[in-house]
Design a protein around this ligand. Structure first.
Ligand code: NI
Length: 170
């Protein structure tokens, strides 16, 4: 099974609001399998469909990086039901390689969605899992983690990203 290419900033697909998944077909199952393998290979703890060039409301996450099979979560058409508390931690993104920033996020998140088998599911995540849920939900809304920084830090990071882009483009 081939690994998928991970789209990086400033690709415009990362800024698009993803569309709901409507068909639970083989194509969807293959996409999910490939996204899981791509996430583990990266390695990363989460991957949203827009990051592999598919503007669909779907993400995979595993905060154990493949060490605990029960930690693998596939969520389709997710919606956040509630958020509580606040924690600031370093956060990065496979689509913004090489950069991490302290981002403030809710500490506890309850999310609902549909599994790859088409069953409705409600999950509550704390700390790192809560962060992963919020980060991946942001991807489905066309948001990136640095959008949540204050203006000064965000502009500084965008300057660094432009310079990194220039170096890669040479
Ligand atoms: Ni990300």
């Amino acid at each position: 099974m081939p690994l998928l290419d991970i789209v990086t900033y400033p690709d415009p697909i990362l800024r698009r609001k993803a569309l709901p998944v409507t068909q639970w077909d083989d194509h969807l199952q293959t996409l999910i399998n490939d996204m899981i393998l791509t996430m583990y290979a990266a390695p990363g703890i989460g991957l949203a469909a827009p990051q592999v060039g598919v503007s669909s409301r779907l993400f995979v996450t595993d905060i154990s990086s493949g060490r605990r099979p029960q930690d693998l979560i596939v969520l389709i058409n997710p919606e956040i039901l509630s958020m509580e508390g606040e924690i600031e931690e370093l956060e990065g993104c496979l689509s913004v390689p090489g950069f991490q920033e302290k981002i403030s996020r809710a500490a506890r998140v309850t999310i609902k969605g549909v599994t790859r088998r088409g069953e409705e599911i409600i999950l509550t995540g704390e700390d790192l899992l809560a962060r992963a849920f919020q980060h991946e939900m942001d991807h489905l809304e066309g948001k990136l983690f640095f959008d949540r920084l204050g203006k000064i830090k965000r502009d500084l990071l965008k300057g660094k990203l432009r310079r990194a882009e220039g170096v890669r483009g040479r």
